[in-house]
Design a protein around this ligand. Structure first.
Ligand code: ADP
Ligand code: MG
Ligand code: MG
Ligand code: K
Length: 350
């Protein structure tokens, strides 16, 4: 069977996807699978790369350039139409993060051309990527979360003063301002006053016309990994231990000034609650395949669900696979399970 590894993508999380793809390539069971590389460039071109039958020697194999414009020594890719990704006896692994990959667009496209794929379906991906929609779903399920105010770009442009008053009426500074559809902390800022709130909103609107303003809190960050279609399993909780005030893009991928604590040093009843909320949230957004559910935990042991990530960071050093490893599921076996879950879901739809 072929795994069609789809990576790169047109989002701000392009580089993260390449890191995840390389880890997956190193762990796939090549005695069962061949891997067809398909790279989506930042401009949105689809490039078909080599078919791998064994672990690649280096990461270079992932850096595809168009064959008619590349330099000697570069790995060439053949420019294809997206629908040419379809092959018999194959499953697509869309290892893409952020908009245009994790948000239901690619999933919808794959449904349309009738191809099985790994991970969450259309609705789940779209809801999980949109922080405003996620919050309303969690609210409906009665899952605790920090207070928030959704603000559309038009509302802000029309009457900034009204937005200031609305936010200050229901939230305290510092506030966190986020584009609704994004990940890896891109476009997120902390605002301590009106002036910063204005700048933060303008920054967020560079990425999306929908933004959400949240109550900022001092909290630990706790994460639970989820796996399954109808039968949902969760891991123990892990903690992202930061020596930075805010887990931004640099601290996530560049500075490496964060560590993971697995298991998280938290009371048992807090862990049980986190697992319960994670499962409930996953069910509410119609999860299938996988998701990582992220929480804030205050010093008073209050737990708030922050978000679900339907295609979490997937390098060998990422929290999602690390949590499964700690629970007894090795990285290679985890990939195998995800493939089977993707195939099962596809078969059930037929
Ligand atoms: P992303 O989808 O980009 O990861 P998050 O909502 O998880 O977006 O926010 C990124 C990071 O910003 C969080 O991991 C946390 O460090 C910080 N953060 C986000 N919201 C809040 C908040 N309400 N209070 C305190 N810190 C926050
Ligand atoms: Mg996210
Ligand atoms: Mg996050
Ligand atoms: K998300």
């Amino acid at each position: 069977m072929k795994i069609i590894l789809l990576y790169g993508g047109q989002s701000a999380e392009h580089e993260v996807s390449i890191l995840s793809a390389f880890s997956v390539l190193n762990a796939i069971y090549y005695n069962y699978y061949q891997v067809q590389l398909v790279y989506i460039t930042k401009e949105g071109q689809w490039l078909k790369g080599p078919l791998l039958t064994e672990k690649p020697a280096s990461k270079e194999v992932l850096s595809l350039t168009v064959s008619n414009g590349g330099q000697p020594g570069e790995t060439y890719g053949e420019l294809i139409m997206p629908c040419q990704i379809k092959e018999t006896n194959a499953i697509v692994f869309p290892l893409l993060h952020g908009p245009n990959g994790e948000d239901g667009t690619i999933q919808g496209f794959l449904e349309t051309i009738d191809v099985p794929y790994v991970g969450a379906g259309v609705l789940t991906s779209a809801c999980g990527m949109d922080k405003i929609t996620t919050k309303y779903l969690l609210q409906a399920a009665g899952i605790p979360q920090v207070p928030f105010v959704p603000v559309l770009k038009n509302q802000w442009k029309e009457n900034p003063k009204k937005i200031f008053e609305q936010c200050e009426g229901s939230l305290l500074y510092p506030m966190f301002v986020k584009p609704a559809n994004m990940g890896s902390s891109v476009g997120i800022s902390k605002a301590e006053n009106r002036e910063e709130l204005q700048l933060a909103l303008e920054e967020a609107y560079r990425y999306d016309t929908r933004a959400v303003i949240e109550q900022g809190i001092e909290a630990r960050e706790i994460e639970v990994a989820i796996l399954g279609n109808e039968d949902v399993r969760t891991t123990m909780a892990g903690e992202i231990v930061k020596d930075v005030a805010f887990y931004d893009y640099n601290s996530k991928y560049i500075d490496n000034n964060i560590t993971m604590a697995i298991p998280a040093q938290i009371p048992d009843e807090v862990q049980v609650k986190a697992q319960e909320y994670a499962k409930l949230a996953y069910t509410m957004i119609g999860g299938s395949g996988l998701s990582r559910c992220d929480f804030f935990l205050t010093s008073k042991n209050e737990l708030f669900l922050n978000e679900l990530n339907t295609m979490p960071g997937f390098t060998q050093f990422s929290m999602y696979p690390a949590l499964w490893e700690a629970t007894g599921l090795q990285y290679g076996d985890l990939i195998e399970e995800l493939i089977q879950l993707g195939l099962n879901r596809y078969e059930q739809r037929q």
